[in-house]
Ligand binder design. Structure first.
Ligand SMILES: Nc1ncnc2c1ncn2[C@@H]1O[C@H](COP(=O)(O)OP(=O)(O)O)[C@@H](O)[C@H]1O
Ligand SMILES: [Mg+2]
Length: 269
């Protein structure tokens, strides 16, 4: 990590998509939040509430139609965008490239010489406990291992901010549990700034310092909840009373929004 201490601030962000047919979809409305350097912020909310859209705006890939996004230095002045890398849910690895070549791909695009990019890719693979799998191909790996390659591919870029969009959504429950613990350990030891979109309350509590709960579309921030459970957090954390209280509070906020999303889904999409 380059150690750039830049906060990402959303100041009343709104985003309205206009479909080819001319129909407008109001995805985000008046979103106010702040992603703090060195912290893990989880975003949780019903399907279709604008979580991925918010990540795209934070990354600078989309311009809000309302409000503004700011990158802010510790002193409060505008700063250049921090370096960001994204881990997607889909295992979009290149099937014809080895694990090592998949992880090194971003560095290759950036023109990093072969010896250096391979050394850095090996280091990133070690962080996700995949040393020894460098020469394998994606098809030879389990789903959980492929997703760890996806994480290594983001880590190798040494981003200031790691963006994770439902990274474990496609995995079976047991694999997800193990990867959640491993990712929790990784962020604890590295002090990474991360924004994690998830639909799992458990994942949000295990990993985050702060949880943003979103409303059904148009997505707004319903609550920001600080997670002050001690680290390291593991599956055993889920048996603690403080965990249960947090879970209930978040579920209470989410439940009504999920029901609302279910009953309005597609109504104006
Ligand atoms: N390119 C697009 N054109 C029109 N509507 C879109 C587009 N992308 C997303 N949407 C709509 O915007 C809303 C928010 O999408 P998204 O950010 O992907 O939600 P989430 O990630 O929370 O599931 C959804 O209703 C989705 O259908
Ligand atoms: Mg999404």
């Amino acid at each position: 990590m380059a150690g750039l201490a830049v906060a990402i601030e959303c100041e009343g962000l709104g985003l309205t998509y206009t479909a080819k047919t001319g129909t407008a979809v109001n995805a985000l409305d008046n979103v106010r939040c702040r992603f703090v350097p060195g912290q893990v912020t989880a975003i949780i909310g019903p399907s279709g509430c604008g979580k991925s859209t918010l990540l795209q705006i934070a990354r600078g890939f989309m311009t809000p139609t309302q409000g503004r996004l700011r990158y802010v230095s510790l002193g409060g002045t505008d700063a250049p965008a921090p370096a960001m890398a994204t881990v997607w849910q889909a295992f979009n690895l290149f099937p014809w490239r080895s694990v090592l070549a998949n992880v090194a791909f971003g560095l290759e695009l950036a023109g990093v010489p072969r010896a250096e990019r391979e050394a850095r890719a090996r280091k990133a693979l070690a962080k996700v406990e995949l040393s020894g799998f460098e020469d394998k191909f994606p098809r030879q790996l389990s789903g959980g291992m492929r997703q760890r390659v996806g994480i290594a591919r983001a880590l190798v870029m040494e981003p200031d901010v790691l963006l994770l969009d439902e990274p474990f959504g496609a995995l079976d429950a047991q694999t997800r549990l193990v990867l959640q613990e491993q990712l929790a350990q990784l962020v604890e030891t590295s002090g990474t700034t991360a924004i994690l979109v998830t639909h799992s309350i458990e994942e949000a509590i295990l990993l985050a310092d702060s949880i943003l709960v979103m409303t059904a579309r148009p997505g707004r921030i319903a609550a920001e909840i600080a997670v002050d459970l001690p680290r390291p957090r593991t599956h055993a954390t889920t048996h603690e009373p403080a965990y249960g209280a947090l879970f209930d509070r978040i579920y209470g906020l989410l439940r009504d929004e999920v029901v609302r999303a279910m009953t309005t889904e597609g109504a104006d999409a």
